[in-house]
Design a protein around this ligand. Structure first.
Ligand SMILES: C[S@@+](CC[C@H](N)C(=O)[O-])C[C@H]1O[C@@H](n2cnc3c(N)ncnc32)[C@H](O)[C@@H]1O
Length: 210
């Protein structure tokens, strides 16, 4: 019993330290833990790939930005949904995550995905060209969240929608209050809200020009 408490306390301290250290420099989810990221969470329906995509209202032909794509849990279903006339730009700071997504996409015969190794907020994204953008359990891993959201705002077309999903089991969990504050100060307007305090998706729209 005592040993279990010590292990749990050590784990909790490690996760808290990791979370706060991520505010100073990039400490992304390690590539060797990608199997964990690939589980389409059985505990929270809201964070399942199919549900997020349904809530985001993605259609064939759209251009979608998947920021912090990891091993492609959402990238592949998004690529299927937009079809051969659409495109996905999958961005991740780690080459190992992008490679994992690429291998799976090639096996699935999906050729409409472009892979970009970059940190969100580094200014590598083209402007005004995406219909949709997603950030699923990524925001808390980004050291400069303000610059990341401003870059995504610039990359979306006017009227484009950004979907942010957070789940409380993630050591980098961001509250709804924080997500709203950061998104609204970047120029977004809240559109929809799904889920609860433990697992939620907030969708924001980039206002049409003028
Ligand atoms: C917890 S995983 C989530 C993966 C995927 N979105 C999903 O839900 O299955 C977080 C991902 O964000 C990536 N990441 C962390 N910091 C980043 C940054 N500054 N810019 C872009 N990607 C980042 C990590 O490499 C990792 O692949």
């Amino acid at each position: 019993m005592y040993t279990t408490i010590v292990i749990l306390a050590f784990l909790a301290a490690f996760l808290i330290a990791w979370r706060f250290a991520s505010r100073r420099e990039s400490l992304p989810c390690p590539v060797w833990l990608r199997w964990l990221v690939e589980i389409d969470n059985p505990f929270t329906r809201i964070s399942r790939a199919a549900v997020i995509i349904e809530h985001l209202d993605v259609h064939p032909g759209m251009a979608v930005l998947d920021v912090g794509c990891g091993p492609g849990r959402l990238t592949l279903p998004l690529a299927k949904r937009v079809g051969s006339n659409g495109r996905i730009v999958a961005v991740d700071i780690q080459a190992g995550m992008l490679n994992a997504a690429k291998v799976k996409a090639e096996k699935a015969g999906l050729a409409n995905i472009q892979y970009v190794q970059a940190g969100a907020g580094e200014g590598k994204l083209d402007k005004n060209c995406f219909d949709r953008a997603i950030l699923v359990t990524v925001l808390g891993e980004i050291p400069d969240r303000e610059s990341a959201l401003k870059e995504i705002f610039g990359a979306l077309k006017p009227g484009g929608v950004l979907s942010i999903t957070e789940i409380v089991f993630d050591p980098h969990y961001q509250s709804q209050r924080t997500v709203r504050r950061l998104a609204i100060q970047s120029g977004f307007i809240e559109k929809d809200h799904f889920g609860n305090v433990a697992a939620f998706t907030l969708n924001f729209v980039k206002p049409a020009a003028g």
